[in-house]
Design a protein around this ligand. Structure first.
Ligand code: NAD
Ligand code: 0WE
Length: 258
C-alpha cells in the first residue's frame, strides 16, 4: 500500500511531461493519492486532461494565478468533486523574459519585479488562503518549488531570485499561520532541470553541464527524484516538518569552491 493512500492532492503547474509538477503528480499517484491537475490556459487544456487521465483522474481545472476569479472558481469546482483536500503542490513561476537576461540592475523594472513576485510568490499565499477551508483539520500539506537563486546571486536569474527569496519567506509565514490548523508548509529547492521554463534561457545547457561536472553526485537531478521528495513532504511520513526548504539538487548547494 502506498504512503499517500486515501489522500486527495491538487497539483498545479503541469505544462508538459517534463514539468516538475508532472514528476510530482506521477510519484504521488504511484503512492496511492487521488490527483487533480490545473492548466494555465486553453492551449494547455487537452494535454493536461490527457495527463490527468494517466494518473487515473478526470479532474483538470483551469487556473491562471494572475486572476482572483480563477482561484475562487478552482476551489468551488474542486469542492463539488471532493469533500476535502489533503495537499496542494504549487509549481508555478513567471517573470517577463527580458528580466532573465543580462545584469540584474540593468534588467530590473518596477513592472518586471511586480509580475515576478505576484505570479511566483503571492500566488502561493493566494492558493493557501483560498484552499484553507477545504484543508482544515486533516493534516494537510502545502508545497512549493524554489531554486538556489533565492539564497545565492545566480547570474541572469535576477528578479526571479528575489521572488524565490520572497517565496521561501512565504513558506515560513504560511507555516506559522496554518500550523495551528494542522497544515504544514514546505518548499523543495530543485537543481536545474530542462523543462519549458528552462527552454530558451540562454546558456541553460552550459549551466546543466557545469552543475554535472561539479555537484557531489556528478549528475543533474530528475523530475522523478523531485516528485518522490514531494510525495514525502505531502505525506504523513513528514509529519514533523514544516516551514522548511528541502534541497533536491544532487548536493550542489553544499559546495563552497565548486
Ligand atoms: P514548467 O514550464 O513545466 O512549469 C511552470 C508552470 O508555471 C507551467 O505549467 C505554467 O503553465 C505555470 N504558470 C506560469 N504562469 C502561470 C500563471 N499565471 N497561472 C498559472 N500557471 C502559471 O517548468 P518547471 O521547471 O517545471 O517549473 C515549475 C516550478 O519549478 C517553478 O516554480 C520553477 O521556478 C521551479 N523550479 C524549476 C527549476 C528548473 O530548473 N526547471 C529548478 C528549480 C525550481
Ligand atoms: O525558476 C526557474 C525559471 C522560471 C521562469 C522561466 C521563464 C522562461 C520563459 C520564469 N519566467 C520565465 N519567463 C519566460 O518568459 N528556474 C529555476 C529555471 C532557471 O531559469 C534560469 C536559471 C534557472 C536554473 C534563468 C537564468 C539562470 C538560471
Amino acid at each position: 500500500m502506498g504512503f499517500l493512500e486515501g489522500k486527495k492532492i491538487l497539483v498545479t503547474g503541469v505544462a508538459s511531461n517534463r514539468s516538475i509538477a508532472w514528476g510530482c503528480a506521477e510519484a504521488m499517484h504511484k503512492q496511492g493519492a487521488e490527483i487533480a491537475l490545473t492548466y494555465q490556459n486553453e492551449k494547455l487544456k487537452s494535454r493536461v486532461v490527457e495527463m490527468a487521465s494517466k494518473c487515473g483522474s478526470d479532474i483538470a481545472l483551469p487556473l491562471d494565478v494572475g486572476k482572483d476569479e480563477d482561484i475562487e472558481a478552482l476551489f468551488a469546482s474542486l469542492a463539488k468533486r471532493w469533500d476535502g483536500l489533503d495537499a496542494i503542490v504549487h509549481s508555478i513561476a513567471f517573470a517577463p523574459r527580458e528580466q532573465l537576461e543580462g545584469d540584474y540592475v540593468d534588467a530590473v523594472t518596477r513592472e518586471g519585479f511586480a509580475t515576478a513576485h505576484e505570479i511566483s510568490s503571492y500566488s502561493f499565499a493566494a492558493l493557501a488562503k483560498a484552499g484553507r477551508a477545504m484543508m482544515e483539520g486533516r493534516n494537510g500539506a502545502l508545497l512549493t518549488m524554489s531554486y538556489l537563486g533565492a539564497v545565492r546571486a545566480v547570474p541572469h536569474y535576477n528578479v526571479m531570485g528575489v521572488a524565490k527569496a520572497s517565496l521561501e519567506a512565504n513558506v515560513r509565514y504560511l507555516s506559522a499561520s496554518l500550523g495551528p490548523q494542522g497544515t504544514r508548509v514546505n518548499a523543495i529547492s530543485a537543481g536545474p532541470i530542462r523543462t519549458l521554463a528552462a527552454a530558451g534561457i540562454s546558456d541553460f545547457r552550459d549551466m546543466l553541464k557545469k552543475v554535472e561536472e561539479r555537484t557531489p553526485m556528478r549528475r543533474n537531478v530528475t523530475i522523478e527524484e523531485v516528485g518522490n521528495a514531494a510525495a514525502f513532504l505531502c505525506s504523513d511520513l513528514s509529519s514533523g516538518i514544516t516551514g522548511d526548504v528541502l534541497y533536491v539538487d544532487t548536493g550542489y548547494h553544499i559546495l563552497g569552491l565548486g
